[in-house]
Design a protein around this ligand. Structure first.
Ligand code: CMP
Length: 139
């Protein structure tokens, strides 16, 4: 159940680089500061098969293999976020995929190191959020 008719859900992944650098608490403080609630959380290490399936949309891209290896290189934290306009609000907080291009105060600017090790992932549309949430969380 959502907490209001306008509440939306999105998937957040705190990636292996950010977990290794112990940025999770600071990232979650920023998420809550923009009015999003963390309603579920799970820490896990992806298998290669899981990473390949999750990022299957990128399988023709040159960075696919490297991205999948990186995403299996250590624990991640997957979180279900909820709030008004959650997909867009969280993407704005994350910033550009490339930390070098991300605006000041965004998560990727503050905590990302490269376009691959960019600290966080977020769903890019409400439709994809539904699919990505179902990938990690039972209904
Ligand atoms: P994410 O939001 O997890 O979605 C797909 C990921 O692919 C993206 O963040 C980046 O980490 C990665 N990615 C996108 N473009 C590139 C690129 N040009 N080189 C390497 N990795 C990339």
């Amino acid at each position: 159940m959502t907490d209001s008719p306008s509440a939306e859900r999105t998937l957040c992944i705190i990636k292996p680089d950010a977990i290794a650098h112990q940025f999770m608490e600071a990232i979650n403080e920023s998420i809550e500061a923009v009015g999003l609630r963390i309603v579920e959380r799970k820490e896990l290490t992806l298998t290669l098969e899981q990473a390949q399936a999750f990022y299957a949309v990128h399988k023709e891209r040159p960075f696919y293999e490297s991205l999948c290896r990186f995403m299996t290189s250590g624990p991640i934290c997957v979180q279900l976020l909820e709030g008004k306009d959650a997909v867009r609000a969280y993407r704005k907080l994350m910033g550009d995929t490339n930390p070098e291009k991300a605006a000041d105060n965004t998560l990727r600017k503050r905590f990302g190191h490269s376009i691959e090790a960019n600290a966080v992932h977020g769903s890019d549309s409400p439709e994809n959020a539904t699919q990505e949430i179902a990938f990690f969380f039972a209904p």
